[in-house]
Write a protein that binds this ligand. Structure first.
Ligand code: ZN
Length: 430
């Protein structure tokens, strides 16, 4: 994969960083439109944003990566850690050889700190949580171009609502635009790509932000292979933009409880759903249902007016949460709901869904066997999920196979397999 024609041009709003990306799967002019704030000007030379954006796409294409522009030495060296994670999480990916036009002259970082902000529970908490003075946020960053199904009307409403929440939390909202998702859409699960993609966006704001916070998805006891992780994004930092993966101390329930307790005024604007083209929540997808249950556990569902006011228990019973991380989210919700009244009824539905995910009824079981015998499913085990869907699913399948069958899901080859070792020892001293 080749990244060339790297340019930075002034625009009416600020600046446009663009580059041509040519790979086995086609050609794309990759763009990051960044608004100027308070006279900020871009650091012009660093192509680190394009390196971060193309690492996974190059690996998906099975290609080496050549960036025909100078790149931050820190980002280049940190990318080894990211490449190693990707190759360990999916054995089909191989480490690319990465070449650049050399290191950039480091510039002092800008003083502003931005935080990626979508109005989801993760980013709402990141926007309001107390921080040390040196780490205090100065802006929220609402990126246009990362939501897959938004019409222009929904996009405009999303921006309006993000700015409204920005007013409520006292932070101005910056709205960059990008087409970076086109590098990975249809080629891998968005969950696999989104951390490196947000890091690339952060690097594209070089000159405006010196620090960019990526809200965390996983809590400390839920960390499994996943495309946004405390072990990924920070490694893509450059000398002038530090990419921070935010605290992993809270799980989904903890985040909702914090918002309900400390910032209930934000709950009407909570938006977690990406399933439909709308600025509020569908109330039926797994993410909506999980958040609604967490809101009920925090006695705050009535405040979150962007959701239906009743939880459809039948929909919850029908859920079959698959990867272990998702099951852990539901267990945390069940614990927080308690056993009494409506909350107890919701807990009952959640526990049934979890039980049925592991031990389905005879009809479901028969269907799974039928699919297995027809070759549409590699394994009849009820918890099996297609590992080709992404890092998290691959990990889940591997754990399942080791625990249930006592052998790895990916067969061990007769020949010795060479482990990936990108690190090098220092030359032996005299
Ligand atoms: Zn939804």
């Amino acid at each position: 994969m080749i990244v060339d024609r790297v340019t930075v041009a002034e625009t009416d709003e600020g600046w446009l960083r663009s580059a041509r990306v040519t790979g086995r799967s086609g050609e794309l002019t990759l763009e990051f439109h960044v608004p100027a704030v308070d006279g900020s000007t871009p650091h012009t030379e660093d192509a680190a944003a394009f390196l971060a954006a193309t690492l996974l796409p190059a690996m998906l294409d099975g290609e080496d990566l050549r960036v025909d522009a100078p790149v931050s030495a820190r980002t280049l060296s940190g990318s080894d850690e990211v490449v190693t994670a990707f190759t360990r999480w999916d054995h089909r990916l191989r480490p690319p050889t990465i070449t650049t036009a050399g290191p950039v002259e480091p510039r002092p970082p800008a003083s502003a700190t931005g935080c990626c902000f979508s109005r989801g529970a993760d980013s709402m908490v990141s926007a309001v949580v107390e921080r040390a003075p040196a780490e205090t946020l100065t802006h929220l960053i609402h990126v246009v171009g990362l939501e897959p199904v938004h019409s222009p009307a929904t996009q405009a409403e999303e921006i309006r609502l993000a700015r409204h929440v920005g007013d409520l939390v006292g932070l101005p909202v910056v709205v960059p635009r990008t087409n970076v998702r086109r590098l990975t859409d249809g080629r891998c699960d968005w969950a696999d790509a989104h951390g490196a993609t947000l890091a690339s966006l952060a690097l594209a704001t070089d000159g405006l932000f010196g620090r960019v916070v990526v809200p965390s998805t996983q809590a400390v006891d839920e960390i499994v292979p996943f495309g946004s992780s405390p072990i990924l994004e920070p490694h893509l930092s450059s000398e002038s933009v530090t990419v921070v993966h935010d605290s992993v101390s809270l799980d989904r329930v903890g985040k909702v409880v914090l918002l309900a307790r400390d910032r209930p005024d934000l709950l009407p604007h909570l938006k977690v759903c990406w399933a439909e083209d709308r600025p509020d929540n569908c109330g039926r997808c797994g993410k909506c249902l999980l958040t609604m249950c967490a809101l009920q556990a925090a006695d705050a569902l009535h405040l979150a007016t962007g959701f239906p006011d009743r939880i459809p228990l039948e929909e919850i019973r029908r859920l079959r949460p698959a990867p272990i991380q998702s099951r852990q989210h539901w267990v945390a919700v069940a614990r927080a709901l308690g056993a009494d009244g409506d909350r107890g009824a919701t807990r009952g539905a959640v526990l049934e869904a979890l039980r049925r995910a592991a031990r389905p009824g005879p009809r479901e079981r028969a269907l799974q066997w039928w699919e297995f015998l027809r070759g549409r499913r590699a394994d009849p085990a009820p918890s099996w999920k297609d590992p080709a869907r992404g890092f998290e699913w691959r990990h889940h399948t591997e754990m399942l196979s080791l625990m249930q069958r006592g052998r790895p899901a990916r067969p061990i080859s007769p020949q010795a397999e060479e482990p990936t070792v990108l690190a090098r020892a220092r030359p032996r001293g005299d």
